[in-house]
Design a protein around this ligand. Structure first.
Ligand code: SF4
Ligand code: SF4
Length: 169
C-alpha cells in the first residue's frame, strides 16, 4: 500500500493510465459485478488498515456538515448552534449546508481522530465510498478519490489486475 504522504505524487504519475482504465470499465464492466468487486476489495483492504495513521481525507478536504446535523453536532461540542457555526463553519451553497472554515478539517485532532466522534457526517463515515453501490456511474469521482485515499488507489490497481488490463501509451 502506498504511504499516505506519497499518494498525490503517485496518483499524478498514473493520471492518464487511470483515466484510460476508467474508459475501459465504462465500456466493458458489468455494473453489478463491478459493485461486487469494489465491495470485496474494500472489505479486504480496509481490514487491518489503520486510517488514523493516514487521515488524508480529513487533511485534504473541508469537512462538509449538512444542515440537519447542526443541532446534534453543536450539542456534542457543548455549544449552541449559533456558536458552533460561528466558531467552525461557513455556508456551502453547493451542498446546501456548511463546510469547515479550514483545510485540514477543523475537527481533525492531532491523534488522527475526529472531534465529532460518532456525530461526524455520513459523507465522512462512507468515504471513500468504495463499498457503496453505483460504482459504474461514479467512476469520475473514483478518479478524484484515488488521488487522496491510499486504499482506494490500491483497489483501483487490483481491479486493473482482475480485468487483465494493461496501459498502452
Ligand atoms: S478513508 Fe482513505 S484517505 Fe481516509 S483515512 Fe482511510 S485510507 Fe486515508
Ligand atoms: S468531520 Fe471529522 S471525519 Fe469528517 S473530515 Fe472533519 S475530521 Fe474528518
Amino acid at each position: 500500500m502506498i504511504a499516505p504522504r506519497k499518494i498525490k505524487l503517485e496518483a499524478k504519475k498514473k493520471r492518464n493510465e487511470n483515466y484510460e482504465f476508467r474508459i475501459y470499465l465504462k465500456e466493458n464492466a458489468d455494473e453489478q459485478e463491478l459493485d461486487e468487486q469494489f465491495y470485496r476489495l474494500h472489505k479486504e483492504l480496509f481490514t487491518g488498515y489503520d486510517c488514523s495513521r493516514c487521515r488524508n481525507c480529513c487533511k485534504m478536504y473541508h469537512g462538509s456538515i449538512p444542515e440537519t446535523d447542526l443541532a446534534r453536532d453543536a450539542e456534542h461540542m457543548g455549544l449552541t448552534e449559533e456558536q458552533f457555526i460561528e466558531k467552525y463553519l461557513v455556508e456551502d451553497d453547493r451542498e446546501n449546508g456548511y463546510q469547515t472554515k479550514n483545510i485540514p478539517c477543523d475537527f481533525l485532532k492531532s491523534d488522527g481522530n475526529c472531534q465529532l466522534g460518532d456525530c461526524r457526517p455520513e459523507s465522512c463515515k462512507k468515504y471513500p465510498y468504495t463499498d457503496q453501490p453505483d460504482r459504474w456511474s461514479s467512476l469520475y469521482s473514483v478518479l478524484d478519490i484515488i488521488e487522496i485515499c491510499p486504499v482506494a488507489f490500491e483497489i483501483y490497481e487490483r481491479l486493473k489486475k482482475e480485468y487483465g488490463w494493461r496501459y498502452r501509451n
